[in-house]
Ligand binder design. Structure first.
Ligand SMILES: *[C@@H]1O[C@H](CO)[C@@H](O)[C@H](O)[C@H]1NC(C)=O
Ligand SMILES: *[C@@H]1O[C@H](CO)[C@@H](O)[C@H](O)[C@H]1NC(C)=O
Ligand SMILES: *[C@@H]1O[C@H](CO)[C@@H](O)[C@H](O)[C@H]1NC(C)=O
Ligand SMILES: *[C@@H]1O[C@H](CO)[C@@H](O)[C@H](O)[C@H]1NC(C)=O
Ligand SMILES: *[C@@H]1O[C@H](CO)[C@@H](O)[C@H](O)[C@H]1NC(C)=O
Ligand SMILES: *[C@@H]1O[C@H](CO)[C@@H](O)[C@H](O)[C@H]1NC(C)=O
Ligand SMILES: *[C@@H]1O[C@H](CO)[C@@H](O)[C@H](O)[C@H]1NC(C)=O
Ligand SMILES: *[C@@H]1O[C@H](CO)[C@@H](O)[C@H](O)[C@H]1NC(C)=O
Ligand SMILES: *[C@@H]1O[C@H](CO)[C@@H](O)[C@H](O)[C@H]1NC(C)=O
Length: 572
């Protein structure tokens, strides 16, 4: 058995009581949510569900806000605890949490082992969605799992919400007046949308709207899961069978057909990604809590407060001439809307709009002697300014800018035996209101993946990963600014075998979190062959209990690999 400290002596006691078990405790490295200590907490179970064959059968429950932690909506913080067990063979699966038609958390499942199986817990800070939790409504978890020949892993889930009461020391969290989904609005399944084609929704906003901030959820799926490995179309003839449309992806939010802001997404690697054994027990960064992207669309307020519907569109574009992508990306967005106290319409004027429809991109490369080397680069600049006058007379001068860079080098060598990619997305997003920063996103996401096949069958290979998530983020003016510096170096061998896949893996992680309230969390944690070999945690958010590292006995089911370039592994 392995133990991951969550600062909960309860969890420790729970596993201490099962000393003989060797359940593998999977986890993603992340900071424990910076929530107030020593305030009253009210925990309610939102749902419990065993996801066996669950394709198209989401868990849909009615949520009632708790009334025993102070006035409804006056909480200091809200967290969700998703705890899951599984035993058997299964692919990683995407999980979409939707509440009041707003996506509030996108996760994925660690692939299970057979025998004693796996368990994981992730505690997610959802305080920024407080306006949703202050009302009863429909809560949905979409986790489309398949049970079929060779796949028997069931995901047994339980989700709790903890409401942290406010006090004099910990005031109620600041919050938006309303949260407006840009989503499918379905009441029976997760509210993401599949693109292409472009998704559009007409939204009518209150006429006294003064500020709007958008949050985007985005992940590649199917032929787009390994988008950073996709091949530029002009080199497809040199790489028959590879997936096209190149490796560059830009997620766009458009308002009435005009680009309002974009994201150069972080590449989340799911736990079946190339070498499943590399992600056990430490998942790739982001696999349990996919990063989201923030755009200030306040500059569009003067155009949106006429009381009429306006089209909000979401899509993903490539660096190819037609800007299209393959199938598919899952997207959703939500608008955090702030209103003026007066009921009079907001007025104003957009004074500067500088945003091209697409990023500037270039593709270069050469092929010959069994090698194909390709570099795809992109840059993007957006600058939008508006002056906004609220009904009660306040003037807000808004400046929103994005300055983004992207570079992807693919070296496909030795007649595709070697497939190396080195990608860096970086940039700076800024929004100021009367000179005060309200959105800041300075990010750098370097990603190196080298795959070496030992023979042309593609059934025996090793891969190395060097993946970072460096982000200085003020997502919304109501959320703490924080800096995360994270680097994960992982590697593993994998052998696909009709009698059962075999493999191994190592993972070395360095993580640091610092926020504007002085909360800190630092963790260095390494694993080899399913064992935690080193774990050091410190900082104000670090758990006080001492982690220990008993050894796991892992039998069977070394995982189901998902591979770039559309390779389908037969079920075993
Ligand atoms: C999360 O929920 C699980 C299962 O209900 C529980 O055992 C665990 O103590 C909780 N962890 C935290 C940090 O609340
Ligand atoms: C896991 O499933 C196997 C059958 O595949 C079973 O033998 C084993 O007892 C299960 N383990 C647990 C902890 O339930
Ligand atoms: C979803 O539920 C809400 C609230 O009950 C309702 O207003 C809305 O019409 C429903 N949407 C669909 C697509 O059925
Ligand atoms: C949005 O409204 C416009 C104008 O009424 C209409 O032409 C368009 O079809 C609508 N779009 C959607 C996605 O409903
Ligand atoms: C491709 O890149 C590799 C590694 O940098 C280099 O050795 C090889 O000569 C290049 N081949 C071509 C055709 O550009
Ligand atoms: C790739 O080719 C080089 C040069 O021929 C050789 O040294 C190397 O072993 C090959 N690598 C693989 C994985 O086949
Ligand atoms: C991939 O291989 C290149 C060339 O040998 C090397 O420079 C790079 O560090 C490797 N990246 C990883 C993640 O192993
Ligand atoms: C993983 O397996 C490969 C191939 O069997 C082996 O060469 C390598 O040493 C193993 N790695 C570790 C960390 O044991
Ligand atoms: C974990 O490490 C221990 C001690 O080094 C070793 O005996 C054991 O085989 C390892 N477990 C696995 C699953 O490799």
């Amino acid at each position: 058995m392995r133990f991951q400290a969550f600062g909960s002596s309860l969890l420790c006691a729970l596993y201490a009581g099962l000393a003989v078990a060797t359940v593998l405790v999977d986890f993603q490295v992340a900071q424990p949510p910076p929530i107030p200590k020593n305030t009253k907490q009210c925990t309610i179970q939102i749902l419990q569900r065993d996801f066996a064959f669950s394709f198209g059968m989401s868990e849909v429950v009615q949520f009632q806000p708790p009334t025993d932690c102070g006035p409804v909506g006056s909480w200091a913080a809200i967290t969700l605890n998703f705890t899951v067990t599984s035993n058997g063979t299964q692919f990683d699966r995407l999980g979409i949490f939707t509440f009041q038609n707003v996506e509030i958390w996108r996760t994925s499942t660690p692939e299970p082992t057979r025998g004693d199986g796996i368990i994981w817990t992730y505690v997610k800070d959802v305080t920024r969605y407080t306006p949703l939790f202050a009302k009863p409504g429909i809560f949905i978890l979409q986790l489309d799992n398949l049970i079929e020949t060779g796949l028997d892993g069931i995901y047994s889930t339980v989700l709790h919400a903890t409401f942290h009461a406010s006090s004099l020391v910990h005031p109620p969290t600041p919050k938006a007046d309303l949260i407006v989904p840009i989503s499918s609005l379905a009441n029976d399944t997760g509210n993401d949308v599949s693109v292409p084609p472009t998704f559009s929704l007409n939204v009518t906003l209150p006429q006294n709207t003064v500020k709007i901030f958008a949050e985007l959820y985005a992940s590649g799926n199917g032929q787009e899961e390994f988008w950073y490995f996709n091949t530029a179309n002009e080199f497809l003839p040199d790489l028959p069978g590879f997936l096209g449309q190149g490796p560059f992806r830009e997620v766009r939010l458009l308002v009435d057909g005009k680009v309002a802001g974009v994201a150069y997404p972080y590449a989340t690697i799911f736990t079946g990604g190339i070498v499943p054994t590399a992600w056990r027990p430490i998942t790739s960064y982001g696999a349990l809590d996919l990063p989201t992207y923030f755009i200030d669309i306040t500059p569009f307020v003067p155009l949106l407060t006429d009381g009429k519907p306006h089209a909000f569109s979401l899509d993903v574009t490539s660096a190819e001439d037609d800007h299209t992508i393959l199938q598919n990306w899952f997207l959703s967005a939500a608008l955090q809307v702030f209103l003026d106290k007066s009921l009079k319409p907001t007025t104003g004027k957009m004074t500067l709009y500088s945003a091209d429809p697409f990023s500037k991109t270039s593709t270069t490369g050469s092929a010959g002697g069994g090698d194909v080397n390709i570099t795809v680069a992109a840059t993007r600049k957006i600058h939008i300014e508006s002056t906004i006058v609220s009904g009660s007379g306040q003037v807000n001068h808004v400046v929103f800018t994005q300055d983004l860079r992207y570079n992807n080098v693919q070296n496909i060598l030795n007649n595709t035996l070697i497939q190396n990619v080195l990608q860096t997305s970086s940039g700076s997003v800024s929004s100021t209101h009367n000179g005060v920063s309200v959105v800041v996103d300075k990010f750098s996401y370097p990603l190196g993946i080298n795959i070496t096949n030992f023979d042309p069958s593609g059934n025996s290979f090793m891969s190395t990963f060097d993946h970072s998530y460096n982000r200085d983020l003020l997502p919304l003016p109501i959320v703490l600014r924080s800096q995360i510096v994270e680097r994960q170096k992982a590697s593993g061998f994998f052998f696909i075998n009709p009698n059962g896949n075999t493999g191994n893996g190592t993972s070395n992680n360095q993580f640091s979190y610092i926020d504007a309230a002085g909360n800190t969390f630092f963790r260095t944690v390494n694993a080899a062959l399913n064992n935690i070999t080193f774990d050091q945690q410190s900082g104000t958010l670090a758990p006080t209990s001492t982690p220990h590292f008993p050894f796991a006995k892992i039998t069977g089911s070394q995982g189901k690999p998902r591979l770039p370039n559309g390779r389908v592994i037969p079920d075993v």
